[in-house]
Ligand binder design. Structure first.
Ligand code: HEC
Ligand code: HEC
Ligand code: HEC
Ligand code: HEC
Length: 123
């Protein structure tokens, strides 16, 4: 290959890698999870990310372990009625959320993690 072209290609690749680092997608800082009449849950995503590994909450198809850089989908993409890969009990988004959020909060009650309905659901 022509030397100048390969130098250019290397520079281009390097640029792409750096852009990937700069734009690592951590998702929104705050996410409002809608829960109808019960009252929406304002979830401080960024605050949770400071102390908790992404893989505590995110996983891939077939419940595969979280890997850095993998595509992160909304929970409902898989946790929905009729899903072929998710057992019935976890198809309802509420059940997937409650299991994920509440199990950890029960363990971290002493650190101020809310366990009461009104600690998460605000009307
Ligand atoms: C304590 C749980 C938790 C942790 C830790 C966490 N997230 Fe999330 N993240 C969520 C929830 C819940 C959502 C909203 C999903 C939904 O709307 O269905 C979300 C949404 C996202 C989204 C947006 C997805 C979309 O399509 O709307 C991205 C991207 C993301 N997270 C990346 C990350 C990365 C990267 C990390 C680690 C640095 C991380 N998250 C850590 C719970 C968490
Ligand atoms: C790409 C598909 C997919 C996405 C996206 C997904 N899940 Fe799952 N999830 C699964 C599958 C498959 C299982 C495995 C169920 C089984 O066979 O036990 C599972 C299991 C679970 C479980 C029970 C096992 C455990 O880890 O405690 C919880 C809780 C859970 N998911 C919560 C979530 C939450 C919260 C989100 C969004 C932040 C999410 N899931 C996003 C596919 C997905
Ligand atoms: C692996 C553990 C863990 C998981 C999973 C987790 N949390 Fe938390 N959460 C905590 C801890 C610890 C605190 C309290 C300490 C703090 O505020 O940093 C907390 C605090 C909160 C608070 C109080 C206000 C705040 O941000 O400080 C809300 C609301 C909350 N979490 C919502 C959620 C929701 C909704 C989910 C599920 C989508 C979730 N959490 C999943 C550990 C967790
Ligand atoms: C740690 C935070 C947390 C606690 C504590 C909590 N929830 Fe939730 N709840 C959520 C999240 C997150 C959702 C999912 C919202 C979504 O689907 O986007 C949810 C969804 C729901 C829904 C479904 C609403 C709908 O229209 O789909 C109901 C009902 C509900 N919760 C009732 C309760 C009750 C009752 C309690 C107390 C016994 C409780 N929750 C405690 C976080 C919490």
């Amino acid at each position: 290959m022509n030397g100048r072209i390969s130098t250019l290609l290397v520079a281009l690749l390097f640029g792409l890698v750096m852009a990937g680092v700069a734009f690592a997608n951590n998702g929104p800082a705050t996410i409002v999870l809608e829960a109808g009449k019960k009252g929406n849950v304002t979830f401080e995503h960024h605050k949770h990310q400071e102390k908790i590994q992404c893989g505590e909450c995110h996983h891939g198809p077939g419940h595969s372990a979280y890997k850095e850089g993998m595509e992160i989908q909304k929970c409902e993409a898989c946790h929905h009625k009729g899903s072929s890969e998710v057992p019935k009990k976890l198809q309802k988004p509420m059940n997937a959320f409650h299991k994920n959020c509440k199990d950890c909060h029960k363990e971290h009650k002493a650190d101020g993690a809310p366990t009461k309905c009104s600690g998460c659901h605000k009307k």
